[in-house]
Every structure is written in C-alpha cells, then in structure tokens.
Design a protein around this ligand. Structure first.
Ligand code: ASP
Length: 345
C-alpha cells in the first residue's frame, strides 16, 4: 500500500531535469488563435508570450525557454515584409546563440503554411525551426494550444530534428513546411501534407521521424529590402482574366495561376495570361484541386496549350507564390526559374 502511494507520488510530481540536460529553446510569438480569447471576434493579440508560457508549466521540465514577442496579430495580417524581418530575426538569434537547440514560432494557422515555407527557404541553420499555433482560442474548451506548444518545444529540442528545415507541429503531427497545408477551416487536425504525408509524430514518450523532407534550395535574403509582387489568379468556369490584367497593372512581376485540374486555364483568362507574359510577367501554373501535380518546370500546358509557362509540381498555389517571390530576386530567366521549381520538389 505504502509502496503504491509512493509510486503514485513519483508519477504525479514532475521533476525538472537538471539544467544541463534540458535543451535551450527560443520562442518567437507572432499571434494567432493560440494567443486569442474568442473564436468569432477575431481577437488575436489578446495573450502575450509570457501568458502563453505560463499556461504550459510542463515546459519547464523539458527545456530552458527564452522568448520574445515579435508581433501579436492574426496571421491574415502577416505580410511578405513581416516574413523578411521574422526570418532575419530567427537567423540572427541562431547565429548569436550557439547554446540553442532550436526555435519555436507561434503563429496563426490561416497563413502559417506560407510563413513556414518562407522560413524554410531562407534559414540556413541546421537547427530546427518549428512553427505551431492553435485552432481553438486560449479560453475555449478542449483547447489545443498548450499541447501544440509543448510538442513544438519537444521537437525543437530534439537532436533528430536537425537538418529537417522548418516544420509545423500541431495535433501531435510533424509536417514539413514545404508540404503542409491548412486543409480544414475548423478542426484541430486542420493540417495535412497531401500524398507526401507527415515527417513524423510527437508521441507521448518520444519524437519519431519517418522520413527526410523533400529537396529545398535556400535563398540568401540578407541584402533584400523587399520582395517582388506576385499574385495568385484563381481559375473557374467562365473566368475572364480581369484579375490578371489588374495584377499586371498593380505591378506584379509574377502570377501563379491556381488552374483547374492539371493546369488548364479557361479561354479568356488564358488570353489575359498571354497578355501578361508578353509584358514580361512570369506565369507559373499550379492546380486549385488541393493535391496532385502540374508537370514541374518550363513547358507547354493547358488546353489549348500556353507555351513557356512554368509548372509548380505539387507545390500548392500559395507555396508556389512564396517560391516565385524568392526566385525572382535571383533571376527573371524562365529556364532558370523552372530549374528552381524543379530543385524544390
Ligand atoms: N485567425 C487565426 C489566425 O491568426 C486563425 C488561427 O490562428 O487558427 O490565423
């Protein structure tokens, strides 16, 4: 009896591991539902990083945490200018702190996949950058934020997570930033990686990796002040390309077409695409289907075909936009751009 009670005590009291055996993890908070208190009022930015950490006292037993408040916004308010600063902030922190095992970014889930892919394509350090968030607000019922943050810190502190680029950790799943997409607007299992599957799992006792991430070519953004404008044109029955003309007029250097099926573009929209290409705008064709590929690289696509467009492979349109923005800072040559898309499959 006495022994049973003692055993229960041992289980119930979390004993913090000695400092030297706990990895150091830095948290960069940017806002989102994980830092909000109400589903429908969109009140991101209610909860600061200190309160986020206080809600997960278990973190203390698995890592030595430092933290900073980068922003406190809904992720729909994230901009490419924010990406540049965030990426540099993380790279500078990793450079300055050789003691860190990794970095966790808390972020709204709506555009998480875009920010995460930008970080993946721009941070060279082998240490993991793990992006997490929540589908339920901090004052909700059955909330996912604390578990997601806890698992994100576990992954960021794990040696096996090195050299895997930027990852998303939500719902106990580890997804490559390149592959992850928000595929459900409401459920806590909102993210998936169509066909490629997860990289691994945050199991209760251990972090498991099943596979290596896909290929990526990292861009140097140290000298960049801004990113070229790239827009996404959605295809649908009867689309007439008015948005393509408007994007060109607004100064777009590139356009990603979220085309129907395997890259077909409705006739009037296709004419607008050809007008844009004649003005030197780079056109990349992806699919609006949510999964599957448009043949990657430069080629002829659509029916009837448009020559000299670039296919995204299985990058979804919003990811292809991120890659094209970065690629256009290096070259405007279509063949070179096509090679960059091939190198990131
Ligand atoms: N509105 C939130 C956002 O900032 C949604 C979320 O975080 O889940 O993206």
């Amino acid at each position: 009896m006495y022994l049973t009670r003692l055993a229960a005590l041992v289980v119930l009291l979390p004993i913090a591991a000695p400092a030297q055996s706990r990895p150091r993890v830095h948290i960069v908070a940017t806002g989102g539902t994980i830092a909000s208190t109400n589903y429908y009022s969109g009140q991101a930015g209610k909860i600061g990083v200190d309160a986020l950490l206080k809600a997960v006292p278990q973190l203390d037993s698995i890592a030595i945490i430092s933290a900073q408040q980068f922003a406190n916004i809904a992720s729909s308010a994230m901009t490419p200018a924010n990406w540049l600063v965030l990426s540099r902030t993380i790279s500078d922190t990793l450079r300055a702190r050789s003691d860190l095992a990794g970095v966790v970014v808390t972020h709204g889930t709506d555009t998480m996949e875009e920010t995460a892919y930008f970080l993946d394509l721009t941070i060279k350090d082998p240490r993991p950058v793990v992006v997490t968030g929540a589908m339920r607000p901090a004052d909700g019922i059955g909330i996912d934020g604390p578990a997601n943050l806890y698992n994100a810190v576990r992954v960021a502190g794990t040696h096996a997570a090195r050299d895997r680029g930027t990852m998303l950790v939500l719902n106990d799943e580890i997804l490559a930033a390149r592959d992850a997409t928000k595929s459900n607007a409401v459920r806590p299992n909102a993210f998936s990686a169509p066909y490629r599957g997860d990289l691994g799992l945050a199991e209760p006792e251990t972090i498991v990796f099943h596979r290596a991430p896909g290929r990526r070519a990292v861009f140097d953004i140290s000298a960049l002040r801004d990113l070229p404008r790239v827009d996404i044109a959605y295809s649908y029955a009867g689309s007439d390309g008015a948005e393509v003309d408007a994007f060109v007029a607004a100064g777009a250097k590139g356009i990603v077409v979220a085309a129907t099926g395997r890259g077909s573009i409705p006739p009037l929209q296709r004419q607008a695409v050809q007008r844009a290409m004649a003005k030197g705008v780079i056109v990349v064709v992806g699919t609006r289907t949510g999964s599957g590929t448009v043949p990657v690289g430069e080629g002829v696509r659509g029916s009837p075909p448009i020559p000299a467009t670039i296919g995204t492979g299985d990058l979804n349109p919003q990811k292809a936009r991120v890659l094209l923005m970065l690629a256009l800072t290096k070259t405007t040559d279509r063949r070179e751009l096509a090679k960059i898309f091939q190198a990131n499959q």
